[in-house]
Write a protein that binds this ligand. Structure first.
Ligand SMILES: Nc1ncnc2c1ncn2[C@@H]1O[C@H](COP(=O)(O)OP(=O)(O)OP(=O)(O)O)[C@@H](O)[C@H]1O
Ligand SMILES: [Mg+2]
Length: 314
């Protein structure tokens, strides 16, 4: 059988929860989300609290069933129980047995995944090495005595005991200090270099910016944007220009935030670069410096939400 080209694909995936005493109240957590993730991609699903990120992940894993729509994971329909063996999952709040040591925790998960003992012998030390918990002090400590960063890293290791092709990480950096976040980021980069497909949820935009090939923005269950950073942020780029000479009256219409003092001027381009260069030459002015200013992911994210009238997370 040819390997699937897509790691996951959803078509109009929708989830409505029924709540309240008579289950009469409806909450639509996900509205017709169609998304494609390719094999080998690192994909980030961004969204404020309550956007539906965890709901999407649970649907992919088959933990919950869609109200409408569907999709495939590694070429098989959502919820296919055989495909679970090829997926790794780090839940939002991983439940780990506190009385176990790091080593025992991995051993338990590997046994539940039916990883043969001979394979465990090599894989578990390699995983502890990967997540920086190989020192004997760390592997012998019970999880009760682990720091939050160590717990997150052992959580990551347990999501990899079955050597999955697709790794789903729900907020892997949340609650960690800068060093902890850096460590988790490095682990994700290593997984990426091993060719694994990584799909993760986050609202920490700077982490996503460093790791992902593509991102999607989700808010109140709706997909607002999907693409590479160049696709999403490319349109938001502007040139900041500094120059001298010419007249303020000539230059002002072509530049945003225009300033003119002592013959020197600066501002952001309102027209295309070639057009501007020509106009500057005609007006007898001179360009001193030109800097490309790209919109940050955070600015893009906030702009997307504001355009749709979202002013606060739920
Ligand atoms: N089991 C459930 N029953 C009823 N409503 C639910 C259930 N699970 C989630 N929801 C609702 O669905 C919406 C989306 O929740 P979800 O946990 O998927 O968001 P999220 O993007 O993961 O948020 P966060 O960033 O806070 O983790 C929320 O309004 C939430 O209250
Ligand atoms: Mg969540």
């Amino acid at each position: 059988m040819a390997p699937p080209a897509l790691a996951l694909q959803t078509q109009e995936l929708t989830k409505t929860y029924r709540t309240g005493f008579w289950l009469r109240q409806k909450i639509t957590s996900l509205k017709q989300v169609s998304l494609t993730v390719h094999i080998g991609e690192t994909f980030g699903l961004l969204g404020p609290n309550g956007a539906g990120k965890t709901t999407f992940m649970k649907l992919i894993l088959g933990i919950i069933r869609p109200t409408a729509g569907g999709g495939t994971v590694l070429g098989r329909p959502l919820g296919d129980r055989f495909i679970k063996a090829r997926i790794g999952y780090l839940p939002e709040n991983p439940y780990l047995y506190e009385s176990l040591t790091g080593w025992e925790c991995l051993e338990l998960m590997a046994t539940l995944h039916q990883v043969p003992r001979s394979v465990q012998k090599q894989r578990l030390p390699a995983l502890l090495e990967l997540v920086g918990l190989a020192q004997s002090a760390a592997r012998k400590k019970t999880l009760r005595r682990y720091s939050k960063g160590m717990l997150q890293r052992i959580g990551l290791a347990q999501s990899l005991v079955n050597d999955p092709d697709l790794v789903l990480l729900d907020e892997p950096m949340s609650g960690l200090d800068p060093l902890g976040r850096y460590q988790v980021r490095e682990i994700i980069l290593q997984l990426k270099s091993q060719g694994k497909t990584i799909f993760f949820n986050s609202h920490i935009l700077s982490d996503v910016e460093h790791l992902c090939d593509r991102v999607a923005v989700l808010a109140r269950g709706e997909l607002l944007a999907v693409g590479t950073f160049a696709e999403l942020l490319g349109t938001g780029q502007t040139y900041h220009v500094r120059g001298r000479g010419g007249s303020a009256a000539d230059l002002a219409p072509w530049l945003e935030h225009f300033e003119f003092q002592g013959g020197l001027w600066q501002g952001q381009l309102r027209l295309s670069l070639p057009e501007f260069v020509q106009k500057v030459q005609e007006s007898g002015a001179e360009i001193l410096s030109l800097n490309l200013e790209r919109q940050s992911l955070e600015e893009f994210f906030v702009q997307q939400l504001r355009q749709r009238g979202y002013t606060q997370s739920v």
